[in-house]
Design a protein around this ligand. Structure first.
Ligand SMILES: Nc1ncnc2c1ncn2[C@@H]1O[C@H](COP(=O)(O)OP(=O)(O)OP(=O)(O)O)[C@@H](O)[C@H]1O
Ligand SMILES: [Mg+2]
Length: 306
């Protein structure tokens, strides 16, 4: 059974008159690498900054392990490890000394845990070398090791593949997947590159202009509780869209008798019930089978980014 660690509900960020993030509703389950895919400027970093409490929400809510990031910041953030900006490292100290230094600032971190995180990120062979001799990928691993010290349930990495070569990306993918599976944590990574997301993630959410466009599983993941795009065949698409909108279930018209909603299993059933109750016929419900690539091409207007 999947467990949700992050619930974002209608998260909105306005700066001045611009809406940067627009009613973003998203669930993130434990045990998966979850991708946040969107072109440059789509709002990935802004969302992450709100998730870790670096930026205020204009409206909506983010709950981490059941705690509101705005109302119970300390309790919510306890479960989060993140690399948002470059982590501070002492270049003339070894990776190990850096971790020990950092561990001293957090109560309850044992030297056993330090060794464990070094293993988790596969940095054993070089951990006693000075950080200034590290490659970019090794520095990133050290950053991830540091972010994992307090055993977070959620690891957030903003564009972790930036600057890595293909081998580095493959290694990153391997250890992030291992982390998600073995530690049972959620790994949330952002990227503007579809190809990398497909390799790295179990599930990908697509964002464009601050709006969630789609969430889909990459390799036969179960979509019991996480939203995917569903298509409903109805008698009257206009009536269905306005009826659902009145019940706060955003839907879009695709054709005179087709609408699409972003929903999980339960909310799909709810949408169906709302329509039927309003006397609107539903002839069929199916998942949208467009490939992730087609979906992303639509989002980016046919231009591959990157
Ligand atoms: N402090 C700010 N003030 C005004 N606008 C901002 C601010 N921060 C972000 N924005 C705007 O919000 C939008 C989303 O930015 P954001 O950095 O979240 O995008 P991104 O998806 O992370 O992009 P990239 O892939 O380039 O990192 C952009 O249009 C950006 O200009
Ligand atoms: Mg960004």
């Amino acid at each position: 059974m999947e467990q949700i660690i992050v619930r974002m509900n209608e998260v909105t960020k306005r700066i001045g008159s611009r809406t940067i993030i627009d009613k973003l509703t998203l669930d993130i389950p434990l045990g998966e690498v979850f991708g946040f895919l969107g072109p440059n400027g789509s709002g990935k970093t802004t969302t992450i900054r709100m998730m870790v409490g670096l930026m205020k929400l204009t409206s909506g809510e983010i709950n981490i392990d059941g705690h509101s990031i705005t109302k119970e910041y300390e309790k919510a953030i306890r479960h989060v490890g993140a690399i948002v900006e470059n982590p501070e490292m002492y270049k003339y100290l070894s990776g190990y000394r850096n971790l020990i230094h950092y561990a001293r600032m957090i109560p309850g971190i044992t030297s056993h845990r330090v060794k464990e995180v070094v293993q988790l990120v596969g940095l054993e062979a070089r951990i006693h070398d000075k950080v200034k001799t590290y490659s970019l990928g090794m520095r990133q691993r050290l950053g991830v090791a540091q972010a994992l010290l307090h055993k977070p349930k959620l690891l957030i990495l903003d564009e972790p593949t930036n600057g890595l070569d293909p081998a580095g990306i493959r290694e990153l993918r391997d250890y992030l997947r291992r982390l998600a599976k073995e530690e049972g944590i959620a790994v949330f990574v952002s990227s503007h590159l579809l190809s990398e997301m497909e390799l790295m993630c179990d599930r990908v959410a697509i964002i464009q202009n601050g709006k969630l466009i789609d969430v889909r599983a990459i390799q036969g993941q179960k979509d019991e509780i996480v939203q995917t795009r569903r298509i409903l065949e109805v008698e009257d698409a206009d009536a269905a869209v306005s009826t659902l909108a009145a019940s706060e279930q955003p839907a879009e018209k695709l054709a005179p008798n087709l609408i699409t909603i972003l929903a999980n299993k339960e909310t799909t059933a709810e949408a169906n019930a709302i329509l039927v109750k309003a006397g609107l016929k539903v002839y069929g419900i199916r998942e949208d089978v467009k490939s992730l690539e087609d979906q992303f091409l639509e989002v980016t207007g046919g231009e591959r980014i990157g």
